[in-house]
Design a protein around this ligand. Sequence first.
Ligand code: PEP
Ligand code: MN
Length: 375
Amino acid sequence: MYPNFLYFFNPICVVQIEPLHNWITHPNELLLISGPCAAESYEQLYQTAKQITELKLPIHFFRAGIWKPRTRPNSFEGVGEKGLDWLLQIKKEFKLKSIIEVANANHANLAKKYNIDAVWIGARTTGNPFSVQEIADALDNTNIPVFIKNPIYPDVQLWLGAIERFALKGFKKIVAINRGCHHSKSINYRNDPAWQLTFDLKTALPNIPILCDPSHIAGQRNLIEEVAQTSINLGFEGVMIETHYNPDIALSDKMQQLNPQELKRIVQSLQLKSAIPDNDLITEQLKQYRNEIDKIDEEIILQLIKRNMISELIGEHKKKNNITVFQLDRWLEILNNRKELGLKYNISKDHIEHLCNLLHQESIKIQADILKQGN
Ligand code: PEP
Ligand code: MN
């Protein structure tokens, strides 16, 4: 077990977060949350819950948004309090635990009033410390499970901060959800999967269980399975997937909602992975590969030292001859030349670009420091 506290980004408190199998799942079982994006009518919740139950889908929480945070006004903004009463009836009828999004203290108080079993903090709310704090205050002493989505923009500190606000109040059933981040790239997904952000969170807080929300990452039905499987391959412990008995008539996020049959097919096809190798032979082989990686990393670091030494010489030379540090033509030459080389050896353009940026930034820093020093 890892220490139960936030290190890495200034430890704030000791955090006692329960592993999922202590309170909700069996060991080696995925945590599954499903249900519609939004509660629209009692009939819609009833039909969806009925099909989920008839298909014997192993879901732990039935989700439904009661208040919908829409980017633009005049879209469907949720049915409000009456949806909580519907969820209460669904719970009685189908024995499905409920989970809703809460974005302020009023929502949190109503969740308590209607015996909602768990809450999630939406991406827009995680980015607002005032709202997170008022929700944590309103839910104080309930120890209700709290699921916290990453903020819209990839800021791990905000995500951590939201978790800390609940941890400081003594909440123990805290779970993070990766729902992807806003992007302006040309990728197929609605949101950029925040894999690295998740690893940063896990590094800061090793015991936090993390789920994936492939619906909000993918944004379309046919990509949900691949995102869900990728998250499991990476080590995620569960998924939150939007399901509607008839997605085509959904009032929000209809492109990404599955019907219960589709959900069943995906859940059954997901292949679980174990975090730890289950025999010595596998461990030994992994160790050998890792030894090779260690050696290569050492070589790379030795080469870096050499590269940085040359950057120092370049800095001295530029200083002596009054030449600017940043040289656009040279930078473009490096970038294009290395990308071409990458292409030849089948290394992705993105990877090469990241690497060049890192190398160039360090070189610029070394040279700028030299030019700053007195003669
Ligand atoms: C949702 O789960 O329906 C939702 C609004 O999610 P997010 O906060 O991730 O956008
Ligand atoms: Mn949604």
